[in-house]
Design a protein around this ligand. Structure first.
Ligand SMILES: Nc1ncnc2c1ncn2[C@@H]1O[C@H](COP(=O)(O)OP(=O)(O)OP(=O)(O)O)[C@@H](O)[C@H]1O
Length: 259
């Protein structure tokens, strides 16, 4: 089976400054992984490399970026393999469209549903299933602008899930949520992971690393800092070196936190 994601020696410059430097790693399907790093370490650039918003500086064979074994993807085709939910996308989706319309819009790569969109009964069924998966089926007709932040986020997760992707990349999924909404989003991530969707979490926030995630890749100043088991990656000494400040780490019920 091809690997889900492969970065080989990927360097990306933004405004002439190297935001990713010779990054090499690969993730197998089913390998729930956290990509962890401080602000400015290159996490968003890494996601933008996958979505082709940022291009590697060098062409193959010096540098390769493969998804499911392929270097060239149609973004539309990519969505059915790899869903990506960023905070920018959540913000863009928070419009007066219902949760149902938001989930359905995943089929069209649109924001909301437009008169030219042909919604089939199968699409409606898939959208309803995705909303039910994230426990917001009862909010199907509620506009996103009238929902809590946690509910909005789960509606956008549903939008990504309607394609039945093999993997979801979630970028700082609990950013600016209160403790209850954080818990709801983490529970959703756990359900995804248990339901067979590979979860790739991009974060600087340890408590988002759900117990199902076994591997942690860390980035610092655009470079790979470590890649290994969660137990290794989240040791106090390696996190202190990663964040450049002495930290302590605790864990409970499979969750980690640092202070
Ligand atoms: N639009 C841009 N133009 C130029 N440089 C950028 C741009 N966005 C980010 N950078 C630079 O690229 C580097 C990596 O930034 P990136 O946003 O990928 O990091 P990050 O780990 O996602 O940070 P954060 O956790 O703050 O979101 C940083 O040095 C940053 O200043």
């Amino acid at each position: 089976m091809p690997k889900l994601i492969e970065f080989e020696n990927v360097t990306i410059h933004r405004e002439g400054y190297p935001a990713l430097r010779e990054v090499t790693f690969s993730i197998e399907t089913g390998e729930h992984t956290a990509i962890l790093g401080p602000n400015g370490s290159g996490k968003s650039t890494l996601i933008k490399a996958i979505t082709r918003e940022c291009y590697p500086r060098y062409a193959p064979p010096v540098c390769r970026l493969r998804i499911w074994g392929k270097e060239v993807w149609h973004l539309f085709e990519l969505r059915s393999l790899l869903g990506i939910v960023t905070n920018d996308l959540v913000e863009t989706c928070v419009k007066p469209y219902s949760a149902m319309e938001t989930a359905l819009s995943g089929f069209f790569g649109s924001i909301g549903i437009w008169p030219n969109h042909e919604v089939t009964p199968r699409m409606e069924e898939e959208a309803r299933k995705a909303l039910a998966f994230f426990d917001i089926e009862h909010l199907a007709e509620r506009k996103l602008t009238e929902m809590s932040s946690g509910e909005q986020r789960r509606a956008v997760f549903a939008r990504a899930l309607v394609h039945g992707p093999k993997a979801l990349i979630l970028d700082e999924p609990t950013n600016s949520l209160d403790v209850r909404a954080q818990r709801e989003v983490r529970d959703s991530m756990r359900k995804l992971a248990e339901g067979g969707v590979t979860v790739i979490l991009v974060t600087h926030h340890l408590p988002d690393i759900i117990p199902e995630i076994g591997r942690v890749i860390t980035l610092r100043e655009g470079r790979m800092h470590s890649d290994g088991s969660k137990e290794q990656g989240l040791r106090a000494d390696s996190l202190s070196a990663l964040f450049g400040v002495d930290v302590k780490v605790g864990s409970e019920d499979g969750y980690y936190h640092m202070w």
